[in-house]
Design a protein around this ligand. Structure first.
Ligand code: RP5
Length: 173
């Protein structure tokens, strides 16, 4: 995969940065470049429309959009591009991201947003989902993703073995 970023990440506010770090750290672990910017659906709507409508021509293949409160950002972006848009609900309001999640997951038919879990875990999954999208084009990512899943499985197997040593079958009797 060449160094030109194929993943565009947009956050609705600088205050969302601590959540989107779940995505950027994962991408850095995979050695995949990305571009990160701030744009609000409601406070800088013209800028958001420009970024979204130009993204495909700039070479991006997938967009991750994170926002809190009513979280119109991923939907506003999806309205302006045919690139896949992955939404990350940010728990910044008193409703702790439930509001943002419903806003993203309840997009009307015709304008999809692939909505992840609320918060940093969702951001991590957004990065993995973006890599899975890119793996169709950048085959070296397939091996890395398979290796990632193998490591996840190996960790659970190791944990199970440790538990089996501590909690022996007759330990409850
Ligand atoms: C949303 O409002 C942003 O995505 C952020 O989660 C929240 C608060 O934004 P700031 O007031 O911190 O800029 O639009």
């Amino acid at each position: 995969m060449n160094s030109k970023p194929r993943i565009l990440i947009i956050v609705g506010s600088k205050s969302d940065h601590h959540v989107i770090e779940g995505a950027t750290k994962l991408l850095e672990e995979f050695g995949v470049s990305y571009q990160l910017t701030v744009s609000s659906a409601h406070r800088t709507s013209t800028r958001t429309i420009k970024i979204a409508s130009e993204a495909a021509d700039k070479g991006f293949r997938v967009i991750i959009a994170a926002a809190g409160w009513s979280a119109g950002l991923p939907g506003a972006i999806a309205a302006e591009t045919i690139l896949p848009v992955i939404g990350v609900p940010v728990p910044s309001s008193v409703l702790l991201g439930m509001d943002a999640m419903f806003s993203m997951v309840q997009m009307p038919p015709g304008v999809p947003v692939a909505t992840m879990a609320v918060g940093k875990g969702g951001a991590k999954n957004a990065a993995l989902f973006a890599l899975e999208v890119l793996a169709g084009e950048y085959h070296e990512l397939k091996a890395k993703l398979k290796n990632y899943k193998s490591e996840l499985a190996a960790k659970v197997t190791q944990d199970a073995q440790e538990f089996e040593k501590i909690f022996k079958p007759d330990s409850c009797s």
